[in-house]
Design a protein around this ligand. Sequence first.
Ligand code: PLP
Length: 404
Amino acid sequence: MDFYRFLASRTDRMKASEVRELVKYSRRKDIISFGGGLPDPASLPSKEEIVSAIEFISSLGDRAFQYSPTSGVPELKTELAKFCRDKLDIKASEDEIIVVTGSQQALDISSRILINQRDYIITELPTYIAAVQAFNLMRPNYLGVPMDQDGMKLECLERSLRMLRENGLKPKFLYTIPTCQNPAGISMSMDRRKHLLELASKYDFIILEDDPYSQIIFKQFYFKRLKSIDSEGRVIYMSTFSKIYAPGVRIGWVVADKSIINFYELAKQFIDLCSSSINQYIILHALQSNLIEKRIPLIVQRYKKKCELMYGLLKEMMPEDSVWTNPVGGMFIFGWLNEKINTKKLLIDVIEKYGVAYVPGASFFVDGTGWNTMRLNFSFPDEEQIKVGIERLSKAVKEEAKKV
Ligand SMILES: Cc1ncc(COP(=O)(O)O)c(C=O)c1O
């Protein structure tokens, strides 16, 4: 049967993410995958922690198996307010917080409650592909702002803002991952953070601050989260336990002005009623017993080693005209190859002939550029795989460079 005729027209914007497609390679033994964004398996909860979480859940009686309030299990929200204050320097009361089913749900809800068709949305170039997929359903226009090693180039942003203003337009929001960006591994400098907030005030837009990686910092880097220096309430902050506990629990949270949080709650009511109560209690237990606090330094230590290893090998083995970001934290290194190399075309060959996978960078660029770029994940592969994988990848890139 031709099922396509029954589909809503907005499905034309639904495309499979190349990143999700590549996750399957992370399970194939013969392929070294730098493709997905998976945490190091050794950083996931240990057997003892799992047993302790199950004991905690069973001590709660039926509570963990019931529906919970849409905005989140109250004890978890209290713990989150504390976590935000103590660990993130973000002051928020319980009614300025909503628990969500991974920060991906926060992106989806943001899209539903903020975007009208043809609204202008500003993103970094490159930016997180699954955010763009969530926004795409509402059919916005994008303005991409290039980055350098200090984050978004704000002179380019201001040029775009002026251009919009001259045409009687305003952006709806600016989406940024200011710390250890996915995919670029770049972090915004403190001066730019302050300046960005000034621009938001001057040109009247709000900022979505997506912050999954800022606790995984392994180099000296001074920063404050945009939300913590936001004096006008323009920042909607979202984060997640995916990278500091386990992505499988699918628990994240949003901090914003109470009036905005109310709309996140209204939208969430008809999306999933509430996030998994059991999983919220698992996170509550992990926070209350300091498991997350204890785990973060171990993650930082492991990722630092892996990142330094990968970056060193890239500098040593890749062609001299390639450029690689040198992140202060997070899970990704991003690279620009010779402009004649198309990393999307190259990928199949690299997987089949060399047994290594990466994410071609073009899909992270909302302006259709980035054909010569790639994202490499260093958290999931082990050190031996990083050594062998980068050696294979550099051979493949050098071979390709001879052909173009
Ligand atoms: C920038 C960014 N935002 C959001 C997410 C989604 O995270 P979650 O697992 O909480 O849905 C990710 C996951 O990789 C991410 O990198």
